[in-house]
Design a protein around this ligand. Structure first.
Ligand code: ADP
Ligand code: ADP
Length: 229
């Protein structure tokens, strides 16, 4: 599962100021969509709507064909994992930070040992550091490694959809691409991914939506959009 459909979604935080205008897109289950656009375009708003922090005023949002207005918020929050840009890790070992994911997971999820091993191998490529404390002085845990911990922790909760809200934007392009590639391999045809990003450096998306002032101005694969520029 994890297919997403936005159908003519219009939304404003107040009636005077519309933030999303007639936004429609479909993400098949297990595919990746990137929402790209300048600050203020409405990317985070799309994510908040998916999570039902707010309800849409016009249009509908469906997950696996069901209007999310009819889904309990608690089930929605188990089904959707979020990786923010500024991850807060516990001031404890990396191992602890990952084990913590089990608390938020659905009962049958985390104990898929093969899945967990795949996540560890591809996302957490530094097992020698597992026992190191995150906040320890002198610990050389890079920004990229921190985000890998955050991504692994989210994936281990076995959500059907993962939202990355500028999760790799603060990293250098090389690190960012490595993380995106690892994520694409682990999630391909299994977990739906929604990436919000200011720049179109996202190369692993099945579709890119260019959002401008709350409307989708362009859409296509990375190579199609680059060619048109
Ligand atoms: P992006 O993620 O693309 O930077 P946002 O979705 O955060 O854009 O914001 C889109 C617009 O909605 C902006 O004009 C922003 O000022 C406004 N906005 C965001 N959050 C709120 C809020 N909680 N209340 C009122 N306006 C908001
Ligand atoms: P959910 O089960 O809805 O995902 P969690 O309780 O797992 O919510 O918390 C979500 C995220 O918030 C965690 O992954 C963690 O990064 C952060 N978090 C929660 N509680 C704390 C805390 N006491 N200290 C630091 N970070 C925390």
């Amino acid at each position: 599962g994890g297919g997403i459909e936005f159908s003519n979604v219009t939304f404003g935080y107040s009636p005077e100021k519309v933030v999303l205008r007639n936004v429609s897109f479909t993400v098949p289950a297990g595919k990746t969509v990137a929402i790209v656009g300048p600050s203020g375009a409405g990317k985070s708003t799309i994510m908040r709507l998916l999570f039902r922090f707010y309800d849409v005023q016009t249009g509908a949002i469906m997950i696996d064909g069901q209007n999310i207005k009819l889904v309990q918020q608690q089930s929605l929050r188990k089904a959707i994992g979020v990786v923010p840009q500024d991850t807060v890790l516990f001031n404890n070992t990396i191992f602890y930070n990952i084990e913590y994911a089990k608390l938020g997971a659905s009962d049958d999820a985390v104990y898929d040992a093969a899945r967990a091993a795949d996540i560890h191998e591809r996302i957490l490529s530094f097992p020698d550091k597992y026992e190191t404390k995150v906040g320890e002085r002198g610990l050389r845990l890079s920004g990229g490694e921190k985000q890998r911990v955050a991504i692994a922790r989210t994936l281990l909760k076995a959500p059907i959809i993962v939202l990355l809200d500028e999760a790799t934007s603060a990293l250098d392009t090389h690190t960012e691409r490595n993380i995106q590639a690892a994520l694409a391999r682990v999630c391909a045809n299994r977990t739906t991914i929604v990436v919000a990003h200011r720049l179109s450096t996202v190369i692993h998306a099945d579709e890119i939506l260019v959002l401008q002032q709350g409307s989708i101005a362009e859409r296509g694969r990375h190579e199609e959009l680059v060619l048109r520029e």
